[in-house]
Ligand binder design. Structure first.
Ligand code: SF4
Ligand code: SF4
Length: 79
């Protein structure tokens, strides 16, 4: 199965929690950490479970998530 990695841009995140809600593999959790705007930030708490499905990136209304997909030895942008 494909393996992925995501990067969350905390400066773009507005704390909606969609990424946590829609990741079916439970990779992301909202935290108590606050952004510069005082909004809750998500964290990737189970990165090993990510399969690069891209759903968190599609669901993020603020384009704060970049999804990378491992393809053999390379890492490519999936979303
Ligand atoms: S790419 Fe898919 S599996 Fe990976 S964190 Fe996002 S929603 Fe979860
Ligand atoms: S979906 Fe996007 S804006 Fe919402 S909490 Fe996740 S990273 Fe932040």
């Amino acid at each position: 199965m494909a393996k992925g990695e995501i990067e969350i841009n905390e400066n773009c995140c507005l704390g909606c929690g969609f990424c946590e809600e829609f990741c079916s593999r439970g990779c992301i959790e909202m935290t108590d950490k606050l952004s510069l705007l005082g909004l809750p930030l998500p964290a990737v708490t189970a990165p090993e479970k990510c399969n690069a499905c891209g759903i968190c990136g599609w669901m993020c209304p603020h384009l704060a998530i970049e999804v990378y997909k491992y393809s053999e030895d390379t890492l490519t942008t999936a979303v």
